[in-house]
Design a protein around this ligand. Structure first.
Ligand code: UD1
Ligand code: UDP
Length: 365
């Protein structure tokens, strides 16, 4: 059974990796990685193939950056040709990026079944491009694999047939467990002269935080103030880098002496920094989950989250920029939720998916 795994942007590679390895180890399943090229810098793409010992993509569509319609349309046009030539039995899409939606649209129109891993998540905020991608992908996909029971509830509330939905757990935890030993062997804080010292780790890339110059400049001022008490390490996403340059913010390292600005890091390096951090300040979806799993306090600079279990069960808290300084101070004073690990965030999501697919093959006879 030929299965296409769609990989496009940074948060996709760690979701595809455990699935690729699990399916590749099972007879009768033949996974192939299709890279759309949405992310293409070495440290936004290739580094993850090395981190997770993935083979070169079977096919690289080389689509690159663009407006939403350009990116979505270009992936559809390029991937449709591949689908017609290869006729896979199943396409697996992950997450909520533009390529997730584009690959789904191209496949379902050719009658090829699609499975969505990380289905059912909803921020209920349609100003986020990801929410549109999630809604349309889930409406079209044939198999909806959810990471948490809220995903099942959202899908049921939207009238999705129950037979399409399976609660499989969180694949991000599989990714972490796959390379945990190697992560633990690193000492990344020492590379920032912070070995054995408390520090905070920052990642920001949402348009709502980094595209508006007033918001971005308030963020820079707030983080600079916090870094007077707590050194911060900030691996800067390319979107954010472009915006900082555009608005002339932090152009001189002396502007923010307590902040270690660096480029995007590989997964193992980044997760070693997460494990040793006192607090994460983020707007990333994946980081909210990783900190919940590891019990590290996380302050999410957003008005909402499509991952509510990280708040109800985990260590995550939504925070406004104006409240960030106090929220960090609380954490440094030991005032934070200790949290628990959500159901089926156990590193066995890929195995459950492999079992589902094998049963399907047996059933079809
Ligand atoms: C995309 C996803 C977002 C996800 C994020 C993860 C959509 C709508 N957005 O946002 O959901 O959370 O990836 O990181 O799919 N760029 C580079 N090099 C790269 C990639 C991008 O320089 O390798 C720059 C380009 O200037 C590009 C900009 O970053 O225009 C934004 O890239 P894009 O993929 O459109 O959106 P992200 O903000 O990365
Ligand atoms: N990540 C990484 N290097 C970094 C920043 C993040 O490897 O410098 C990882 C992080 O551990 C998480 C994933 O990238 O697994 C999240 O990707 P991102 O924040 O870009 O996307 P989102 O999850 O918000 O869609």
């Amino acid at each position: 059974m030929d299965i296409h795994l769609i990989a496009a942007a940074r948060p996709n590679f760690m979701k595809v990796a455990p699935l690729f390895h699990e399916l590749n180890n099972r007879s009768g399943l033949n996974p192939k990685i299709i890279h759309t090229g949405q992310h293409y810098d070495l440290n936004m793409s290739d580094v993850f193939f090395q981190d997770f010992s993935l083979p070169e993509p079977h096919i690289h569509l080389g689509v690159g950056s663009g407006t939403h319609a350009q990116q979505t349309g270009n992936v559809m046009i390029a991937y449709e040709k591949v689908l017609m030539a290869e006729e896979p039995s199943l396409v697996i899409v992950v997450g909520d990026v533009n390529s997730t939606l584009a690959a789904t649209l191209a496949a379902v129109k050719l009658g090829i079944p699609v499975a969505h891993l990380e289905a059912g998540l909803r921020s209920f905020d349609r100003s986020m491009p990801e929410e549109i991608n999630r809604l349309v992908t889930d409406k079209l996909a044939d198999f909806l694999w959810t990471p948490s029971p809220d995903g099942n509830e959202n899908l049921e509330n939207e009238g999705t047939e129950a037979s399409k939905i399976s609660f499989v757990g969180n694949i991000m935890i599989d990714a972490f467990e796959l390379v945990k030993e190697k992560i633990c062997k690193l000492d990344m804080p020492s590379q920032f002269n912070l070995s054995g010292r408390p520090y905070g780790l920052v990642t920001l890339h949402r348009p709502s935080n980094v595209d508006d110059p007033e918001t971005l400049s308030l963020l820079c001022r707030t983080l600079t103030e916090i870094s007077a008490d707590l050194p911060l390490i900030f691996p800067v996403h390319p979107r954010t880098k472009a915006q900082l340059e555009k608005y002339g913010l932090w152009t001189n390292p002396a502007d923010a002496p307590g902040i270690r600005l660096t480029g995007p890091l590989g997964y193992k390096q980044f997760m070693n920094l997460v494990m040793n951090a006192r607090v994460l300040v983020t707007d990333s979806g994946g980081v909210q989950e990783e900190t919940t799993y590891l019990g590290i306090p996380c302050l999410t600079l957003r008005d909402n989250t499509e991952r509510p279990v990280t708040i109800t069960l985990g260590t995550n808290r939504l925070c406004r920029i104006g409240d960030l300084k106090d929220a960090v101070a609380d954490i440094l004073n030991g005032k934070y939720k200790k949290g628990g690990i959500p159901e089926l965030w156990d590193g066995r999501t890929a195995v459950r998916i492999g079992d589902l697919l094998e049963n399907r093959i047996k059933h079809k006879g």
